[in-house]
Structure formats: structure tokens, C-alpha cells
Design a protein around this ligand. Structure first.
Ligand SMILES: [Zn+2]
Length: 409
């Protein structure tokens, strides 16, 4: 009986929601009218290399993106972001409302110089191919065309609508992270345009850290005086076995040793050895926990008179799953439902700049949502593709989200 009652209530709410949903035919028509131009723009920008270390390529893409923002009426500021090879673009539109909204994505790719010439933009059926076509040049073009749609609709009910394009996300955003953190603190909402691999928005991403393990031993001739040496490689092997379970299944933390270095010559007892582990976590306090556990474990040594040290380096904080982001995802779902399309919300294991936008001390300001980009798959591979059929629903989603967030309490 009890279950029956809940079912009836849920069914009633769902029906009421469906009846309230206003299908915006005018917006859908405008979005459809943008599909061809967005696809063409995507081809232009995909055919410009912009690997994270490619200063000349990044400058070219920067020039195009900044110019487009100016044409859309934004105040544009371009900031050098050392140690990044490229610069961070910030475009701001001023409206008449009360909410500050940030749309952001990176314009660097993982690809090298010459890759765009080798594999230029190409469309096969509903799929577009080329370096960075989904991650994340499709997201950058969605932002620009969504701003254009808002202009066509003469929508100005936001206080500020800010766009941030950064040049170094694929290498941990070392130069742009402080700009993202500072700008995000002033926002009510932050939408991140990383590509989902299906009709999804992202309500959480993992943080990333590196664990560095270093052993100092003593060198000696391996043939004539091995007993005078202290073998750093053997001590490292011992420590790796001890430190192989630093992860936590309960907390969703993984620690995997992936890079190991020791020795230089066959006839020398190695003086130094080192290893690095890839760590992923959704709880930022795991960094201190792993550091403390590792510090305790390394005390137990195999080779006397070696020195062992371990250091956890925080590379990218998590975007922790929270109620505010879940409720923003519910808004996105209701907007997709207007088009008769399903949308899922999920936390993902990879790390993105959403981690720098998100403030765990204040999850409701700004409210962060990721996965707003173009749908695509095979990211970071030579087969990377973007689903051109997702352009219209994603434009519709972005515009309706901005309009709804501008009046949301
Ligand atoms: Zn990306």
C-alpha cells in the first residue's frame, strides 16, 4: 500500500511536469538554423592545431575565439597564463538581471603540430572527425552560437554572462587554474562544456594527484665492492610492495604506481631510485590521508641507511557530487524532456576544470554543472568524433539553461 501511494504521487508529479513543459518551437527553429554555420566553424577551428605546448597554434585559435566574442558584443580580455604556452580568454556580456553565469571550456588539445593537416576535419553521416573535434572545440563553438542565439532572442536578463576559454586543460591547467578559481567565486552558476559520450550531463568529476616516492641509497662498484653500497632500487621495490594498497574502495580512491626509475649502469649499485603513482579521488581529504598512511608505511625499510620520502602532489581537485548540481541537472533533464529527449546525469571518473570552479565549502555558489559540450567519443584518439545530431539539442539546452538560471532563486 505504502509503495502504491508513493508510485501514485510520483506519477502525478511526472504528469504535472510534462504538462507544464513549454516546448519552445521558436528556439528550436533558431537552433536548427545555426547547425550548418556551427559545423562550418567547427571545421575551421579543428583544422588549426592547438596542442597544449603549441604556442603558435594556440595563438591562432585564440585570435579567432576572441574576435568572435567581440563581434557578439563581449568585453574581451586576454591574459597570459604562465607556465601555459597559450593565453586565457575572458569575454563578458553585461545584462539587466541579477545572476552571474560563467560558460567555460579549454581550447587546447592533446594532439601535435601537423595532426590537423594529416587528419583534417571530415564529416561522415552524422559524425564529424578531426583533432579535438569533441574535446573540446565542439564545446567552444556551442558557447559562441548559444550567445548568438541569446542575442537573436534579445535575452539580457542576466547580470553578467562570462565566457572563459583556457589553453592548458590537457596539462592540468597549471596557468589558468587561479583565474578559473577567482572568476568562479563571483558566479552563481558555472557550466563546463566538456564532451559527454552520450546524452548526459556531468554532476561530479574526480580529482587527480601524483604520489612521488624517492629513495636515496649509496653508490658503489657492483663487482669489486657491492657491500659498500646501499641499493636504492631494491629499497624502492620493497617500498612499492608496501605502498601498493594506498587506495580506498569505500572512498572511491585509486592509487596506481605507473612510472619507475632506477640505476644507470650495470656495474654500479644504484644511488637513487624513484617512482610515481597516479591517484584519483572524489574526496579531497584523501590527499592528506594517503600522505599520512604513506609516511607511516615507509618507516619500515628493507635496506638500512637508505632514505625514503614520499610526497602527494595535488594536481586537480574533484568536483564533488552535491545537491545543488543535482538540482541543476534536473533542470537540464526537464529542458531535454521539452524536446521529448531523455538525458542522464552521472559523476565521472576523469578530472576536468569543473574541479577548479567548484568550491566544496560552498557548493551552492557557484552551482557547477559539467558535460554541457557536444556529444562525442573516442576522445584523445585519432578516431575522435563528434555527433553533429547533438548540436541542435545542445544549443537548445544551453540557451534554455541560461534563461532559466537567470531567474532561478
Ligand atoms: Zn576536454
Amino acid at each position: 500500500m505504502r509503495h502504491m501511494k508513493i508510485w501514485t504521487l510520483a506519477g502525478g508529479l511526472a504528469l504535472a511536469g510534462a504538462a507544464q513543459a513549454q516546448y519552445d518551437a521558436g528556439l528550436l527553429r533558431l537552433a536548427q538554423a545555426h547547425k550548418a554555420a556551427l559545423t562550418e566553424d567547427l571545421g575551421v577551428v579543428v583544422n588549426m592545431d592547438s596542442g597544449t605546448d603549441d604556442a603558435a597554434g594556440l595563438a591562432k585559435v585564440e585570435g579567432m575565439l576572441a574576435q568572435r566574442l567581440r563581434v557578439l558584443g563581449a568585453d574581451v580580455e586576454v591574459r597570459s597564463s604562465p607556465p601555459a604556452a597559450g593565453r586565457t580568454i575572458i569575454g563578458t556580456l553585461h545584462g539587466e538581471g541579477t545572476k552571474n553565469i560563467l560558460l567555460m571550456i579549454h581550447y587546447d588539445t592533446v594532439f601535435g603540430i601537423g595532426d590537423a593537416a594529416k587528419r583534417p576535419f571530415k564529416v561522415v553521416g552524422n559524425k564529424a572527425f578531426g583533432p579535438g573535434v569533441a574535446d573540446a572545440k565542439g564545446g567552444a563553438l556551442l558557447i559562441l552560437h548559444a550567445l548568438d542565439l541569446l542575442r537573436e532572442r534579445q535575452f539580457r536578463a542576466f547580470k553578467t554572462l562570462t565566457v572563459l576559454f583556457n589553453p592548458d586543460e590537457e596539462k592540468s591547467s597549471l596557468g589558468s587554474r587561479s583565474i578559473i578559481q577567482k572568476l568562479s567565486a563571483d558566479q552563481d552558476f558555472v557550466l563546463v562544456f566538456e564532451p559527454p559520450e552520450s546524452e548526459r550531463v556531468t554532476v561530479g568529476t574526480n580529482g587527480i594527484a601524483y604520489v612521488h616516492l624517492d629513495v636515496q641509497g649509496r653508490a658503489s662498484h657492483a663487482g669489486s665492492a657491492p657491500e659498500a653500497g646501499r641499493n636504492a632500487a631494491i629499497e624502492l621495490a620493497h617500498q612499492l610492495l608496501q605502498l601498493n594498497d594506498l587506495g580506498s574502495t569505500a572512498k572511491g580512491t585509486t592509487v596506481n604506481w605507473t612510472v619507475v626509475q632506477a640505476g644507470g649502469a650495470v656495474n654500479i649499485i644504484p644511488e637513487k631510485a624513484g617512482a610515481t603513482a597516479d591517484m584519483r579521488m572524489s574526496d579531497p581529504s584523501e590527499i592528506a590521508r594517503v600522505q599520512a598512511d604513506a609516511d607511516r608505511l615507509i618507516q619500515k625499510k628493507l635496506i638500512p641507511e637508505t632514505q625514503v620520502s614520499v610526497r602527494v602532489e595535488d594536481r586537480r581537485p574533484p568536483f564533488g557530487r552535491n545537491e545543488s548540481s543535482d538540482s541543476l541537472a534536473a533542470l537540464a533533464k526537464s529542458i531535454y524532456a521539452e524536446m521529448g529527449r531523455p538525458l542522464t546525469a552521472a559523476a565521472m571518473r576523469y578530472g576536468t576544470d569543473a574541479g577548479f570552479a567548484y568550491n566544496p565549502a560552498s557548493p551552492a555558489k557557484p552551482v557547477v554543472l559539467d558535460g554541457m559540450g557536444i556529444v562525442g567519443d573516442r576522445i584523445h584518439s585519432s578516431d575522435e568524433w563528434a555527433d553533429l545530431d547533438s548540436i541542435v539539442p545542445r544549443l537548445y539546452l544551453t540557451v534554455r539553461m541560461i534563461e532559466a538560471m537567470s531567474v532561478r532563486n
